[in-house]
Design a protein around this ligand. Structure first.
Ligand code: MRU
Length: 341
């Protein structure tokens, strides 16, 4: 991804390995500060996933892969490392997928860092393909709504929901992006808007509650990411996604979910089986270090919601556009052949 620092720009990934360290952008402090943090131990990696230094399903997966690489390099118990990493966040399937992928690679005797680098590289290549297929759905001068951050920060590089947007913009299409702020952690306003600014893609941030009004006004399509997709096409994504999907359905606005096959969990039949992470109520009652709710007030903070497949126009994947009805016929084995993930 391109990061502007004054008049200079640099290319950087959300997470990578360099000189024996796992390096990542600290996503908790963007956009105020751009800081790269280093880790040398899988326990530190587990903490970074838990405290959301790194977030977004595919980035969490790649980070966990690097965590497994550090565990192998440091001679740690691999089963213990796998269990610790898998216990960090419950909803994003890429986490579980990546850890199992690394356990298999390490058992086969692959070099730990090469295996994790290969995992990260493949995610980026899948995002590139998601961009290519998704951009074909976008017409000249379209207004596209997205939610949360499913950009390069969330996927090592390029993005899932942002990939078609980036590609369409690069193709010269005059698009405009509506970014919903994504309370409580504001990944839309803080991270997606920052990425779009760095790429020079025109956009406006809207409050979450403005989604319906903007769909009535001039939104041509909605593209969101996903944290876990069930075999029937039900999926979990950042809280507020469900509301947008129902509104889009009612208002006949095409609603697309962009995700690599590593986000599809074929072991679960429907979205009812997806574990939804509940996070601390302070994320709701406070903004930064400042409490904004009266001190007696309590809050609930489900971090994700589940949207039924019937609201999805299509899934934008590295294999092309899949209709929800086509997912059931797919089998995981199809994607794990020939070293593919
Ligand atoms: O809690 P987060 O910030 O990890 O949640 C991220 C999202 O919900 C994204 O929309 C999703 O992971 C897709 S990322 C490509």
């Amino acid at each position: 991804m391109r990061v502007l620092q004054g008049k200079r720009s640099r290319e950087v990934r959300a997470v990578w390995h360099q000189g024996g360290k796992v390096r990542m952008i600290d996503q908790r402090i963007l956009p105020e500060r751009f800081k790269i943090v280093d880790f040398t131990d899988y326990l530190q990696i587990a903490e970074a996933i838990k405290n959301m230094t790194v977030r977004g399903a595919p980035s969490i997966g790649a980070t966990a892969a690097y965590g497994m690489a550090l565990a192998a390099r440091n001679g740690a118990d691999l089963q213990e490392a796998a269990a610790t990493l898998k216990a960090t966040r419950p909803t994003a399937y890429d986490l579980f997928y990546a850890v199992d992928h690394m356990l298999n690679s390490l058992e086969l005797g692959d070099d730990p860092v090469d295996a994790a680098d290969g995992y990260a590289d493949q995610i980026v290549e899948k995002c590139r393909l998601i961009g290519k297929y998704g951009a074909d759905l976008i017409d000249e001068e379209w207004n596209i709504m997205t939610h949360c951050n499913a950009g390069a920060l969330a996927t090592v590089d390029i993005g899932t929901a942002l990939a078609p947007i980036r590609t369409a913009w690069t193709q010269g299409k005059h698009i405009f992006v509506y970014v919903s702020e994504t309370r409580p952690r504001l990944q839309g306003m803080k991270l997606t808007a920052w990425e779009l600014y760095n790429e020079g893609i025109p956009h406006n941030v809207i409050v979450d509650g403005a989604s319906g009004a903007m769909m009535c006004r001039d939104t041509n399509m909605v593209i969101v990411g996903a944290d876990r997709i069930a075999a029937n096409g039900d999926f979990a994504n950042k809280i507020g996604t469900f509301d947008k999907a129902v509104l889009a359905h009612e208002l006949a606005v095409p609603f697309y979910v962009a995700a690599p096959m590593s986000t599809f969990d074929f072991s679960i039949v429907s979205g009812d089986e997806i574990v939804i992470e509940d996070r601390a109520e302070e994320e709701v009652t406070m903004i930064g270090n400042k409490r904004i709710a009266p001190k007696e007030v309590t809050a609930l903070n489900p971090s994700f919601d589940m949207t039924r497949a019937k609201y999805v126009t299509g899934f934008i994947t590295e294999m092309g556009i899949l209709r929800p009805s086509e997912i059931g016929a797919l089998r995981k084995e199809q994607f794990s052949e020939e070293g593919d993930l």
